[in-house]
Design a binder for this molecule. Structure first.
Ligand code: RTP
Ligand code: MG
Length: 139
């Protein structure tokens, strides 16, 4: 899967505000194929595990609380150069800095409640995909 897949989540704020369809439309218009998808709610413990790399950051507790506050939509996306191209499509972490035409520019509320996640490397894309999807769902 190296190089052509990434993992995204539609975050609780975007799901709660009925932006699932709008975000998936932007993803598909951007040339990505949805190869796996589900709706689920993370426990604070699971959110903490997913974001373990940020454990020492000041926003960690707030992030885990937010990410377990309501349902999310994890998806595996496929496209050539998926990780980098998807980070370009979602835009900067802070919506105030996100470029026009990006998902975060359109749907993020704040730096924390920023509508979507995108893996930051091929290695993390693989790890994060396995976090959410079993082998039979990642065909
Ligand atoms: P993501 O991992 O969600 O795709 O976002 P990212 O790479 O752009 O940002 P990252 O540095 O990995 O941070 C992970 C998530 O933590 C929240 N955050 N809050 N309040 C803050 O200063 C702050 N900074 C980061 C965001 O939800 C960010 O997406
Ligand atoms: Mg990140």
């Amino acid at each position: 899967m190296s190089g052509n897949r990434t993992l995204t989540m539609i975050k609780p704020n975007a799901v709660a505000n009925n932006h699932i369809g709008g975000i998936i439309a932007m993803i598909e218009a951007g040339g990505f194929k949805v190869v796996a998808m589900k709706k689920m709610k993370l426990s604070p413990e699971l959110a903490g595990k997913f974001y373990e790399v940020h454990k020492e950051r000041p926003f960690y507790d707030e992030l885990c609380e937010f990410m377990s506050s309501g349902p999310i939509i994890p998806m595996i996306l496929e496209k050539e150069n998926a990780v980098a191209d998807y980070r370009e499509l979602i835009g900067s972490t802070d919506p105030a800095e996100a470029a026009e035409g990006t998902i975060r520019k359109k749907y993020a509320k704040s730096k924390g409640e920023n509508a979507v996640h995108g893996s930051d490397s091929d290695e993390n894309a693989a790890l994060e995909s396995a976090f959410f999807f079993s082998e039979t769902e990642r065909f």
